[in-house]
Design a protein around this ligand. Structure first.
Ligand code: TRP
Ligand code: ZN
Length: 874
């Protein structure tokens, strides 16, 4: 009996999607007052409560870590309530009443960064998914929509800015050096969109005039001294507002839009109504301190949170199982925005890499779930690449099948039907279906089925009849969460090329591309009048999130890579060629056959002689696939084999193409940094070339030259990465110069932390200890943790997978420490350990040992409990 594990007896219980019930009560109007003090904040919440339907059940409110001071109903204090650890239950007969609840909370000790917390002398909130219950007792579920009025009292000197959602309607002075402000949000919203911020900032202001002529005040609140780094985010917001008007006819609704940048934040940003809260690294940028990638991410995340105002806020989720309703759709919208603002092909390449490297891994691991999950223990665990990015791919497939105009018709109908409501993924598909008069019943399965479908492609060419046939078959392997899989509706965008890369007409109308509907387990498609055996370009632009099995000849791949008109196809072909050769090397003790290497070098030479206009594309095509995407191709991952074979491929390119790479490198000159496509492309290509050139004789002098000359973070980091890649002796020297220059700038220092943590050297663990002892390291700041522990666990392949188990142990230790400090961050770090099934037995034992050690911790958070138990029962 005494041996009974507390983990099992207190095991958190999963909630099921199928158990959804409408709320017993609605709360339609909320009036909150906050008296902010670091460790004793008082919160008074007055709610208008209305019984939903004819029943006598009590009102059961959610709460977490709250001290309850007072409850009254219609102005009279009561004590006939029951208060347990996570709930407050109030039995009261009336169908409508005013409920007043006073709670006390401790923001200073809140290291979870969920609810109301104090960091760097700033009070801020994070309520999605279920953080509002850490502020007051409430119906903390997204289908309870209310208007909010919020009054904030705080010390005037320490917290000159007091912010909440909506419009400021009153302000004044209080006793003892305090002041107060009242905000009113006229739009009904679920409590997860509530926000409050109090602090001292630099304020950067701008204006936007909407398509209907209304002027919106834009306000960005950043840390003192950082105003000069807010410009790019402000411009990005204005672009996003214009883009949504032009693309979807959607205009902003309030008269003010605020963005606050904070240093302590669990994710990228949060779309609170009228008051977005951002991780400072997703707002602040200048050429000296931010890379092109940072600029890109800021634009896309500013866009993402802005687009949520319609897809998420005006139309929200009925329950958290429907998270992809807002996230998949909003990611798709931010992807289209980024594509329109920058380079469509590189934008698509980075999305596809994410799916292949991370989402496919999630789908084949213990946390596998459909984009609309069926069972959840801790909702924070479901903000995943599956819900977000596969969710966006599912939306993209609808866009592909319905076309731009059809998709727009569906969106219009969706808003016409559901503005102001909390709805489901089915409601979204219904709108798409009804607006276009199509039957999407088969397509819907993408929402409920997890796992990565595998499509096999066979081609048959009949020269005599001039008929070309492709036979497609689909199969989705079972996953941890679902044993039986159904056939899906898979859109297959394809083209036929001749040997010169020209597209063949596929029908009488002369169309050269088409989208095939693969709706059965086996299906074939015929094309007539094809005069020579064509080269098949299939799943163009990654038209469905599937794995493709197609034994295409290297000649055909090379033809696509060198001659196809479509840029994305060219990139994919280059990656397939590399992948084939590298995997061949893995099979043969790290040695790639000479003729395979020669073939690739010859292709690359042609590519460098006959450069595509887009240098960013060229840079991507010269880059070999990542460890993660190669690992996805193996049933049992051969860590050492992939590392060796991949390195051999890179070394061969570096040795054989020095002159060509050097010529390309020298072509890419920019004067004066601008975040502008041609410049970005030049920097991309030159830094890819530099990484190869670092290996050669001139390596060190090229690195030093670029380091000296660089006026921007992209080129500086390019040098450091290239030096690290070939362990060039100057690496350490340049790193310490970099550290002294940026010693007091934590956002830049994170890049330095991450460069060190990703170095594949034998003494990496000693290095990590030095990093975490650095004056600016902090295990309560998620950005620092991700830069050091996150980079090591996800990207330092040889260090993490060290056969002596030290890498696994290091990460498990960090997770155990973080379990109490910040469960959300701890839980995200466990992914690489939970993928033990993909490795050989020795590694499996070591990884499972660490998972068991985590499982044995007292007070394991529900976040970690859910992942560890799934990982161990895989
Ligand atoms: N809704 C946010 C977004 O995608 C995500 C988010 C921000 C979040 N902070 C969070 C989710 C904390 C869970 C917990 O834009
Ligand atoms: Zn989002």
């Amino acid at each position: 009996m005494s041996d009974e594990r507390s983990v099992t007896s207190n095991a958190p219980i999963a909630k099921k999607r199928s158990d959804y019930q409408v709320p017993d009560f609605f709360i339609e109007q909320v009036d909150m007052t906050f008296w902010l003090e670091p460790s004793e904040t008082r919160v008074l919440t007055k709610s208008k409560v209305r019984r939903n339907g004819d029943h006598q059940r009590p009102l059961v409110l959610d709460g977490d870590d709250l001290e309850l001071l007072k409850v009254s109903i219609n102005g009279i204090g009561i004590n006939t309530y029951q208060c347990s650890e996570k709930q407050l239950s109030i039995a009261y007969d009336a169908n409508e009443f005013e409920l007043e609840i006073e709670t006390q909370i401790n923001p200073a000790s809140n290291t979870s960064l969920e609810g109301l917390y104090l960091s760097n002398n700033t009070f801020s909130t994070q309520c999605e998914a279920e953080g509002f219950r850490k502020i007051t007792y409430f119906l903390d579920r997204p289908d309870v929509l209310a208007t909010y009025q919020v009054t904030v009292h705080a010390d005037k000197q320490k917290y000159p800015y007091l912010l909440s959602n909506g419009n400021c309607i009153a302000k004044g002075e209080g006793d003892n050096g305090t002041h107060w402000v009242t905000w009113q949000d006229p739009f009904k919203k679920p409590c997860y969109l509530f926000a409050l911020v109090a602090g001292d900032f630099d304020l950067v202001e701008d204006k936007f005039v909407t398509q209907s002529g209304r002027t919106i005040d834009l306000q960005f609140f950043v840390d003192k001294g950082n105003a000069s780094r807010a410009g790019h985010a402000v411009e990005s917001l204005k672009k996003a507002m214009r883009w949504d008007e032009e693309t979807f006819g959607l205009e902003y609704d309030l008269d003010i839009y605020m963005v606050v940048a904070v240093d302590f934040f669990n994710m990228g940003a949060m779309e609170n109504k009228g008051l977005n809260i951002f991780n400072s690294k997703c707002v602040l940028a200048d050429p000296e301190s931010a890379t092109d990638e940072d600029y890109f991410n800021i634009e896309s995340i500013i866009g993402h949170e802005y687009f949520h105002n319609w897809t998420g806020n005006r139309v929200t989720c009925r329950d958290w199982f429907q998270l992809s309703l807002k996230e998949g759709l909003t990611v798709f919208r931010d992807q289209q925005f980024s594509s329109d603002m920058s380079s469509p092909v590189t934008t698509r390449i980075s999305q596809v890499k994410l799916i292949k490297e991370r989402q496919f891994a999630e789908d084949s691991g213990p946390m596998s779930h459909p984009i609309r999950p069926d069972e959840v223990i801790e909702m924070n665990n479901f903000y995943t690449v599956t819900v977000y990015d596969k969710g966006a791919e599912v939306i993209r497939m609808m866009h592909t099948m319905l076309g731009k105009d059809g998709f727009r018709r569906g969106m219009d109908l969706y808003f016409e039907r559901h503005d102001g409501q909390a709805v489901t993924c089915d409601d979204f598909v219904n709108a798409m279906q009804d607006a276009n008069n199509v039957d999407m019943s088969l397509f819907r399965r993408w929402y409920g089925q997890s796992g990565t479908p595998e499509v096999s492609v066979k081609e048959i060419y009949d020269a005599e009849q001039q008929i070309y046939r492709i036979e497609l078959s689909q199969h989705t392997p079972k996953t941890a969460d679902q044993a039986h899989k159904q056939v899906l509706h898979i859109p297959v965008d394809m083209m036929l090329l001749n040997a010169r890369g020209e597209a063949e007409a596929l029908d009488q109308d002369g169309n050269t591309s088409t989208v095939l509907d693969l709706c059965e387990s086996k299906q074939s498609f015929e094309f007539h009048g094809i005069k020579e055996k064509p080269v098949l370009d299939i799943f163009r632009s990654f038209s469905a999130p599937v794995k493709v099995h197609f034994e295409q000849s290297t000649q055909d791949m090379a033809a696509i890579m060198l001659h196809a008109r479509d840029d994305f196809s060219r990139w994919e072909a280059s990656q397939s060629l590399f992948t084939n050769a590298i995997l061949d090397g893995v099979k043969h003790q790290g040695v790639i056959a000479d003729n395979k290497i020669a073939f690739i070098l010859d292709c690359l030479q042609q590519l460098l002689q006959n450069k595509p206009d887009d240098f960013a594309l060229l840079g991507e095509m010269l880059s070999v696939p990542s460890y993660d995407s190669l690992a996805q191709k193996m049933a049992v991952v051969d860590v050492e084999g992939i590392l060796a074979s991949r390195q051999l491929m890179q070394d061969s390119i570096a040795d054989a193409l020095v002159d060509e790479l050097h010529a390309a490198y020298s072509l890419c000159r920019n004067d004066g940094y601008a975040y502008q496509q041609e410049q970005i492309a030049n920097r991309r290509l030159s830094n890819v070339c530099l990484t190869y050139l670092a290996k050669g004789q001139q390596g060190e002098s090229l690195l030093l030259q670029q380091f000296e000359r660089s006026d921007n973070m992209t080129d500086t980091l390019g040098v450091l990465k290239a030096a690290r890649r070939y362990n060039v002796p100057v690496f350490e020297k340049l790193m310490s110069q970099f550290e002294s220059k940026w010693h007091d700038d934590v956002l830049v220092l994170d890049k330095w932390f991450s460069l060190h943590a990703g170095a594949e050297t034998d003494d990496i663990l000693a290095k990590l200890d030095l990093l975490t002892a650095h004056a600016h390291y902090s295990n309560s700041n998620p950005n620092r943790i991700r830069a050091v522990v996150g980079t090591f666990a996800f990207f330092n392949t040889s260090g993490f997978h060290n056969m002596n188990g030290s890498g696994y142990r290091y990460v498990a230790d960090a997770i155990i420490q973080l379990n109490r400090i910040n469960p959300q961050v701890a839980s995200r770090l466990i992914t690489p350990l939970s993928e033990w099934q993909r490795y050989g037995e020795d590694r499996q034992d070591l990884m499972k040992g660490e998972l068991l050690r985590i499982a044995d911790q007292p007070h394991l958070s529900p976040d970690l409990y859910e992942k560890v138990s799934k990982a161990l029962h895989f």
